[in-house]
Write a protein that binds this ligand. Structure first.
Ligand code: TPP
Length: 796
């Protein structure tokens, strides 16, 4: 019923009847969508859903826009786009309501399996085994996120991927992913969200890169209550962006202004501009003005609080549905009666779909409640009072008209608390346990890939180091590795600041742009946020981007999309998207406040959903790249800043060897104390432990190699069983990643049982590290400090 305009219809549109039918169909979708908003809000206000945000006021603009969204295209949008979803045939009203109710059945809410708030859409990009679907032949929706403008960095990457596909020399191999890079990324954003830096960085990068990005700004004049004159210079995003306008001999973007109530006008402008964009890859921005928001921002408040009576009156007068209807009648495309009939039918359709969604959402919970009530009713007790209470519990549960899963579990728990001695408790407990397991699959799964594309399933292959293996600088290991990698895998791309022409600041890519091409290994502007976004979009489209953040200290600029977007991608789509983005960066100690960063605590807390690899040398780093490239999981590899000029033996199986994740390596065996660490600090530890050995203290040094995951087979506790003493050392702040390692070993591995002395952490200072070698010495853990602490532990 809500399918988009087909090719046949388009051809048919050349006739008056065909045109009329297409317009009627668009109007119908717009009316259905409005009804969804009205009814959806009521569902929240009557308590059937917790929160609602709707697309009323944008209906006409979105039916117009949807006409030009073709197979292969992508959307990176936000929560106002329900009409577009209905018009493209990618969502039904029933599915919409299922998501509003947080229905965890993916058959009911195919966008997020109840994990996302309403109107956060997605279509599948990968199958259950993690293989990319034929995205070139599908209409593709990248999963929405709630942070304003959070869709922008990703939109750049989705569009940039078209450019990669167009220039690829392996088009045949990639034809299920792209048709010669003809795909546009449609990006939607609210006018107030254009205030975010994300918007400006993305527009600038798109203007420089010349990628097929179409940005639609829905301008309703407000960001919740704050009007646009407080949001945007000159109160107009298209005016503010004027300098971005592409000239005849310049790059840039094409900017158009349209009115949200002007169906015919929008169709005309969108068609022409998008047709050109597909061909030329010159980005476009449509400033869609005079948008209304009839029900206000969301269910959390009313717009009467901040809109003047005049504005409210204007919104009624210029409501896009009203205007479209007037236009249709004026142009004799329909009579008022015909439209009234269509509107009545639309209302019925929405109500019926809503009812179906609610019934389907409730059915399994009701079944759970009935089954639990049955069990509680049958609980054997020999106290009449207790019996009565249990019967009442069962009755209350069964009579609950809108039970939640938690009500079922709570009632079962209360029943067991009431009658702990009952012989039925075992059965209640087992039943409860099975419900917990079922709920885990619904609510707690898919943080990472769980199937064949999990990085955890990659088999270890040891590096082969022949006896005559050349001893080379660390950066040369990477350089030779990347050379082999780019020769063998056409899906791999690398980009970042100074990565292209000079081959990165430490020469890992030196000479490789000349060899493999400017379109595979490339420089970017200084824009960590959109470097990450560029990688996200490429990864979602089936490429294998290695996005470089020049120094770990600058990861903060790109942390938001990594945390909000990448880390949640697999979880929030319940495995329907994979984002195998690799962030390559370098960190730990070097010089001064902003080139010594080791904020691993920040990262492991913000980035659950990514793997975090902290190789101690470049051979290990290459091994991690190989492991990750065989999987669909996203990850960060932190190379040691001061390791590029240290000598390493070059393995002969550069593309084959892998380093497994979560497997620590004992790099020095000992019997008196276990030292747990990673990265650059290991070299300081080596000095300290050599000297401690002379005093007769035998240290076992363990390199954890990855922080996420952490020691999956609990090897560290095995070492602790032997030594009974343990120290965790790193260069993060006190209470950072060292505290995380401590917690893992003490709590998860139950290490506390084996201690003969208090466990310790040795970390950097709370302040940043001062400049110069003494700044480093007094700011980061040093050998003398390590020796002193270990002597103290040994003396306990
Ligand atoms: C980073 C961030 N800051 C604040 C919010 C809260 N918030 C949600 S929507 C919104 C206003 C957005 O206005 P606009 O971009 O004009 O879009 P509209 O909702 O009007 O369509 C705000 C401030 C958020 N979701 N994300």
């Amino acid at each position: 019923m809500e399918s988009t305009t087909t090719v046949e219809q388009r051809t048919d549109m050349l006739s008056f009847d065909g045109f009329r039918n297409a317009v009627m169909q668009d109007y119908r979708i717009a009316v259905v969508s409005r009804e969804v908003s009205l009814l959806g809000r009521r569902e929240v206000l009557t308590g059937k859903a917790k929160f609602g945000i709707f697309g009323d006021g944008k209906e006409v603009a979105q039916v117009a826009m949807a006409k030009f969204f073709q197979k292969g295209d992508f959307r990176s949008g936000y929560y106002r786009d329900q009409t577009f979803m209905f018009a493209t045939g990618l969502a039904t009203v029933e599915q919409y309501f299922a998501q509003l109710y947080a229905d965890p059945d993916i058959e009911h809410d195919p966008f997020s399996a109840g994990r996302q708030m309403n109107a956060h859409f997605a279509t599948p990009f990968v199958d259950e085994a993690g293989n990319w679907l034929d995205l070139a032949n599908r209409k593709n929706i990248s999963s929405d996120i709630a942070p304003t403008a959070g869709q922008m960095p990703r939109s750049l990457g989705l569009a940039f991927a078209s450019k990669c596909f167009r220039s690829s020399t392996h088009k045949k191999e990639l034809e299920h992913l792209s048709n010669n890079g003809n795909e546009i990324c449609f990006c939607t954003i609210g006018d107030a969200s254009t205030t975010e830096g994300h918007f400006w960085e993305t527009m600038n990068a798109a203007g420089v890169l010349q990628v097929p990005l179409a940005v639609f700004v829905w301008d309703d004049g407000y960001g919740i209550s704050v009007p646009k004159n407080i949001q945007t210079t000159k109160g107009s995003i298209s005016t503010a962006l004027r300098g971005f306008q592409k000239g005849e001999d310049t790059n840039g973007i094409n900017i158009y202004k349209v009115k949200a109530w002007d169906y015919a006008g929008m169709c005309e402008v969108f068609e022409e501009a998008l047709h050109q964009l597909r061909d030329t890859h010159v980005p476009v921005l449509f400033h869609v003005e005079e948008v209304t928001q009839p029900q206000g921002h969301s269910t959390s408040g009313s717009h009467e609080r901040y809109k003047s009576p005049e504005r409210l009156e204007w919104e009624k007068e210029w409501d896009c549905l009203k205007k479209m209807k007037e236009w249709m009648i004026e142009n004799e495309l329909a009579t008022a009666d015909e439209l009234a009939e269509l509107e009545a039918e639309a209302k019925t359709h929405v109500r019926e779909s809503r009812n179906l969604a609610w019934e389907k959402y409730l059915a399994p919970i009701k079944a759970q409640a009935a089954q639990a009530a049955e069990l509680i009713r049958g609980t054997m007790v020999n106290d009449i009072d207790l019996y009565g209470k249990l019967q009442q519990q069962a009755k209350d549960l069964q009579n609950n008209k809108e039970p939640l899963r938690r009500d079922v579990l709570r009632t079962l728990a209360l029943a067991m608390e009431l009658a702990p001695q009952s012989p039925s408790v075992a059965e209640l407990k087992a039943h409860s346990q099975s419900l917990w397991e079922e709920s885990k699959a619904l609510y707690n799964s898919h943080l990472y890939n769980e199937g064949p594309k999990s990085a955890m399933n990659v088999q270890e292959v040891k590096p082969l180091i022949p006896s005559d293996a050349p001893l080379v600088n660390g950066y040369e290991v990477l350089n030779k590795y990347f050379d082999a990698l780019f020769t063998s895998n056409p899906k791999v791309y690398a980009f970042g600041e100074d990565v292209g022409h000079i081959g990165d600041v430490n020469q890992g890519f030196a000479g490789l742009q000349d060899k493999h091409g400017k379109d595979r290994i490339l420089d970017t502007g200084i824009r960590e946020l959109t470097i990450v976004g560029q990688g996200i979009g490429m990864a979602l489209r089936g490429l294998r981007p290695i996005a470089e953040i020049q120094y770990l200290d600058y990861l903060l600029y790109g942390l938001q999309p990594l945390s909000d977007d990448v880390a949640t991608t697999h979880f929030r789509t319940k495995g329907q998207h994979s984002c195998p983005l690799i962030i390559r960066t370098r960190g730990h100690r070097l010089e001064g406040i902003w080139h010594s960063g080791s904020p691993l605590g920040m990262m492991i807390n913000a980035l659950r959903g990514l793997y975090i690899c902290v190789p101690r040398n470049m051979v290990q780093a290459a091994g991690f790249y190989n492991t990750l490239l065989q999987s669909n999981d996203p990850a960060i590899v932190v190379e040691c800043l001061n390791g590029y000029r240290l000598k390493e033996k070059l393995p002969s199986n550069l593309l084959e060897f892998t380093v497994p994740l979560g497997i620590p390596e004992v790099i020095r065996e000992g019997t008196d104390i276990t030292i747990v660490s990673y990265g650059s600090t290991l070299r300081i530890i080596q000095d300290a432990t050599d000297r401690l050995a002379k005093e007769g203290i035998s240290c076992e040094v363990i390199d954890v190699q990855t922080l996420l995951p952490f020691d999956i087979h609990h090897q560290i506790v095995e070492s602790l069983k032997k030594t009974s003493r343990i120290v965790f050392i790193d260069e993060d702040v006190p209470g950072g990643a060292s505290a995380y390692m401590y917690n893992k070993v003490m709590e998860e591995q139950k290490g506390y049982q084996w201690l003969d002395a208090a466990p310790r952490t040795i970390t950097a200072k709370a302040h940043r590290t001062g400049y110069g070698s003494d700044g480093d010495y007094f700011g980061k853990p040093n050998a003398e400090e390590i020796i002193n602490v270990i002597r103290e532990v040994m003396a306990e």
